[in-house]
Write a protein that binds this ligand. Structure first.
Ligand code: UDP
Length: 323
């Protein structure tokens, strides 16, 4: 297959591109390189530099590539930032995404895999979070992804665009080649590992008074290669579907820090700070549906194995991609 991957220079996109190439697919990456890195574009993929907010650029890229399917990763994905700059999230994630969908329809693309998020659920009434729970986002990031999911339903019904929307929980870890390097790093694991590398004095724990067993937020960390595997399986599905995608296990912020101490053998001081706006206390996936329907099983079930792969990558790339 020929797959056009938006955001293929980013953390999750780059790892998916590598897995597609490994199974023999042809890949075109469409990325504006604001969040992504040129060095994260696999040398066997064709890079088109462009911005989804520019309708002409994405129409031209899809007309030229005429791919069998599109995987859409390109988006802004920071809860905290979305609470201070909502416009950025609605512009990039909704307007940019809509431009992409229109270009898919014009170019005759019939298959679409979307990077959605558990942030579309907000604070769930029950956990684990299954697909049946109501979606009530509590930040513009989650809202923007939910808006796009709704648009997808209509493009399926009206234009016959078959989609799979994968609602990720917390992507983590690294592949052999590509890892996590955000220009402004807000994510937990890379920030803890920066302390282990001696690049930061301590890690901040955002909130120690949540209604969770140890008072810090609980998240479902899923390895990037398990995420990539789900995308490859999604490409083979003929009917549109939404899947929650996590391991079903949860780790608190304190547990993640403890895991990083075990894996790195370093001290890693932690300081408890006030809560970060927009953070739900407890997010763990109910992933029965994707296991049942796509036969997906996570290979990385333990937080230490996930942290270990991240640590290996950060030791080899202490300054990320260096751009
Ligand atoms: N977090 C933290 N310190 C950090 C970064 C994150 O305590 O330096 C917390 C954050 O408040 C959340 C969890 O770790 O409860 C995971 O945050 P992350 O930004 O990695 O992912 P998110 O769940 O926001 O997508």
């Amino acid at each position: 297959m020929h797959i056009l991957v938006t955001g293929g220079a980013g953390y999750i996109g780059s790892n998916c591109v590598e897995q597609l190439l490994l199974r023999g697919d042809r890949v075109t990456v469409f990325d504006n390189l604001t969040e992504g890195h040129r060095a994260a574009v696999h040398p066997d993929a064709h890079l088109v530099e462009g911005d989804l907010r520019d309708r002409g650029q994405i129409h031209a890229a899809l007309e030229a590539a005429r791919p069998d399917a599109v995987m859409h990763f390109a988006a802004n994905a920071l809860v905290g930032e979305s609470m201070t700059n909502p416009s950025k999230y609605f512009q990039n994630n909704v307007v940019g995404g809509l431009n992409l969908l229109d270009a898919c329809v014009a170019a005759g693309v019939r298959r679409f895999v979307f990077s959605s998020t558990c942030a579309t659920f907000g604070v769930p009434d029950t956990v684990p979070i299954t697909e049946a729970l109501p979606q009530r986002p509590i930040n513009p990031y989650g809202e923007s992804k939910l808006m796009f999911e709704k648009i997808l339903r209509w493009y399926d019904e009206i234009h016959g665009l078959r989609f799979v929307s994968l609602r990720y929980f917390n992507a983590a870890g690294a592949g052999e080649r590509f890892g996590e390097d955000h220009r402004i790093e807000t994510h937990l694991i890379p920030n803890v590992l920066k302390v282990a590398l001696g690049q930061k004095e301590h890690v901040e724990v955002f909130g120690g008074d949540y209604p969770t067993p140890d008072g810090s937020c609980v998240r479902d960390y899923i390895h990037i290669l398990d995420l990539a595997a789900a995308h490859l399986l999604a490409l083979g599905r003929d009917e549109s579907a939404f899947y929650n995608l996590g391991t079903g296990g949860g780790n608190s912020v304190f547990e993640v820090i403890e895991s990083c101490r075990r894996v790195t053998g370093r001290e890693i001081p932690a300081v408890v700070k006030p809560r970060r706006p927009g953070d739900p206390p407890f997010l763990v996936a109910g992933s029965d549906k994707i296991r049942r329907e796509l036969g997906w099983t996570p290979r990385f079930q333990k937080i230490d194995a996930i942290v270990e792969s991240a640590w290996k990558w950060h030791v080899r790339h202490p300054h990320g991609y260096g751009d």
